[in-house]
Write a new protein. Structure first.
Length: 233
């Protein structure tokens, strides 16, 4: 019972930390998307580019709705874990009283059971920690890749915008230079659209990873609790 309670409290702390990280990451990405849209609005001066801006705004709105929904789910999961911890406290008290009543009966076999329990818990924790560490490293790699793609997209748009401004100041009368810059701008917009699609695919993989982690945690907790019940019996 105490081990279950501590494990649940640890998972609650980890979940709260993940919510903070997700919220900060989503706010940072949404801020970056807003900045990119503002920059595209300044540089887009043709009908075709305006259409791309509308598509980018639509994509941004959809992404924001998805992040909001994800945050709501995480908050609901936190509430459920807090309720589970509260229930675990009550169950722990009941199990403690029952254990005190059975101490005299189990006195001869207690040391053996304790040793077996420690071995089982140690093996379970080692396996769980290794699996969680591997999943965390994979998720970190995915997150770094997403950050790199976002930074590369932002840098590309900024460079194109800067080049357009320089060409407008230095070669305002040169139509050929303007056409060439417009081509570069279109290329940057197409590259950004492609990077956004890659970002959506990567986020889907991250979401799937998080679901797998939650399922593994639930299975671990169930297995551990069943082991303790079997040992007590």
């Amino acid at each position: 019972g105490e081990a279950v309670r501590q494990s649940l409290e640890y998972e609650l702390a980890v979940a709260r930390k993940e919510v903070g990280i997700e919220r900060y990451s989503s706010e940072e990405k949404l801020g970056g998307a807003n900045k990119q849209i503002e920059q595209l609005q300044v540089t887009m001066f043709s009908r075709a580019l305006q259409q791309k801006l509308n598509e980018a705004e639509k994509t941004f709105h959809i992404s924001k709705c998805q992040w909001d929904e994800k945050q709501r789910r995480l908050i609901n999961e936190l509430s459920e874990k807090e309720l589970l911890i509260g229930t675990s406290h009550a169950e722990y008290e009941t199990l403690l009283k029952e254990r005190m009543r059975l101490d005299e009966i189990l006195k001869e076999t207690l040391e053996c059971q304790k040793e077996q329990k420690n071995v089982i818990e140690s093996e379970i924790m080692k396996v769980a920690e290794e699996e969680f560490r591997s999943q965390a490293e994979h998720w970190k790699s995915e997150r770094n890749e997403l950050q790199f793609l976002l930074q590369e997209s932002t840098s590309t748009v900024q460079n194109v915008h800067k080049k357009v401004q320089e060409l407008e100041r230095e070669h305002s009368g040169c139509s050929e230079a303007l056409r060439r810059q417009a081509s570069e701008l279109q290329f940057g917009a197409e590259r950004e659209t492609r990077l956004r699609k890659e970002l959506e695919l990567a986020m889907a993989r991250v979401k799937k990873l998080e679901e797998n982690i939650e399922a593994e945690r639930a299975a671990h907790l169930e297995s551990k609790f069943n082991s303790e019940i079997i040992q007590v019996n």
